[in-house]
Design a binder for this molecule. Structure first.
Ligand code: ZN
Length: 423
């Protein structure tokens, strides 16, 4: 088998996208008589600054010989990648061997590319030591994602699917014609096997992208059957082509679990537990900020405005709550993707009220308790009051309209606590 890896053919301006190039190469290989076993869509570290939209790379598992696979892919990338866009730096890497049995160095590279920021030199070194076919345009930064995609089938074990319907090329850039009612109905029919098709609260058909480009809609889910059936139930303009991708979307594979906040560093994503030390406050733009601490270090956390009603869950946190937070850390702040309530503060200290006049007592001085200055009643210390809490134990998440491609929706299950999914 031959494994083709390709990346960074997106353009912000022109609207071409890596998945479409992957689809076209796959079609061409089959037209030339080769088989295509599967096409992978691999989401890499979302924190990479110079990423193309969504930081995606493609791998194609095919029977075509290495030289032939390389030639066909190169022709397509040269025709399709918007290399005149100076931020696009396509890379192609071709591997001769079985995708489920790549060298350890390559599968480890995949793990790093999903969780860290990798310098191009590391990719070039691997191409040399593993003697891989490669070609590139621009600065060729796409070779990082291309190698990561080659290692994915060996490296990852949680797989989901995306079934993408593409627009007729002459329609690219024009408003999409998709019947929203049919999208919401189809989404209901296949939930939760297919997820993040729509956002019911925001009334957003999230499977239909906003940016110009070839994608009409993309359906994500846990089974091939569900994404294909759902897709077929949507009424829309003529679909030009469809492509099934095996993906690491919705898997949380980018998260690194750490025991201490001191292990957190910039531009990676983490799962870490601490106690809320600063009440959530809403700042300019509607962004909500708070702080957690593990007793030694503290970490700023944020729920930004686009996370919509998730911010209400965050605002319901109180100082003293023990929580586990997940998200990418940049500029010293963890951008929340989800959090789990582990322990809730259930009581709060109150200033005693006078049993005679029912007014609040006043402090009688440092360490001298409280007294009512009118009635002379005293109380030795603050009282305790039960507080009612909106939150329950377990996981809360951003809604589908704000979900990062790689983040795992709670509805997929297998979490370490109760779940409160947003749909
Ligand atoms: Zn009184």
């Amino acid at each position: 088998m031959t494994v083709i890896g390709l990346d960074d053919t997106d353009s912000r301006k022109e609207g071409m996208c890596t998945t479409y190039v992957g689809h076209s190469v796959s079609e061409e290989l089959q037209e030339e008589g080769y088989t295509v076993e599967r096409v992978l869509l691999i989401r890499l570290n979302p924190a990479v600054k110079h990423k193309t939209r969504g930081n995606a790379a493609i791998a194609i598992h095919t029977s075509a010989p290495v030289e032939e696979a390389h030639r066909i892919t190169r022709e397509h990338v040269e025709n399709s990648a918007k290399v005149e866009d100076e931020r696009t730096h396509p890379g192609i890497v071709v591997y001769d061997g079985e995708p489920d049995n790549v060298e350890k160095e390559i599968s480890q590279f995949t793990q790093r590319a999903i969780r860290e920021i990798i310098p191009l030199e590391d990719a070039l070194q691997l191409i040399e030591t593993q003697d891989l076919y490669s070609s590139s345009m621009g600065k060729g930064r796409g070779r990082i994602g291309a190698i990561a995609a080659i290692g994915a089938w060996s490296s990852l074990d949680d797989w989901t699917y995306e079934y993408i319907s593409y627009r007729e090329p002459e329609k690219w850039g024009t408003p999409r014609e998709v019947n929203e009612k049919s999208v919401f109905e189809a989404a209901d029919n296949h939930y939760p096997n297919a997820w993040d098709t729509v956002d019911k609260i925001e009334e957003d058909p999230v499977c239909v992208p906003h940016a110009p480009g070839p994608i009409l809609y993309g359906i994500r889910g846990d089974t091939i059957q569900s994404v294909k059936s759902l897709s077929s139930e949507i009424n829309s303009e003529t679909v030009h082509a469809k492509q099934l991708f095996h993906t690491n979307q919705g898997t949380d594979v980018h998260l690194q679990t750490v025991d201490h906040i001191s292990e957190v560093s910039e531009n990676s994503a983490y799962k870490v537990t601490g106690t809320v030390t600063q009440k959530p406050t809403t700042k300019k733009g509607g962004h909500v900020f708070f702080e957690i601490s593990d007793g030694e270090d503290s970490l700023n956390c944020a729920a930004f405005e686009p996370t919509k009603h998730f911010r209400d869950d965050v605002r319901n946190l109180r100082v003293g709550d023990k929580i586990t937070v997940c998200g990418e850390v940049s500029q010293g702040t963890l951008k929340l993707e989800k959090f789990a309530v582990r322990e809730l503060v259930k009581t709060e200290k109150t200033i005693p009220t006078c049993p005679s006049c029912a007014r609040k007592m006043e402090s009688a001085g440092r360490n001298q308790g409280y007294r009512c200055k009118d009635c002379s009643n005293t109380a030795p210390k603050k009282g305790t009051r039960v507080v009612s809490r909106e939150l329950e134990k377990g996981w809360y998440e951003v809604p589908p309209c704000a979900r990062r491609h790689i983040a795992k929706p709670l509805i997929r299950g297998d979490f370490d606590d109760a779940i409160h999914p947003h749909r």
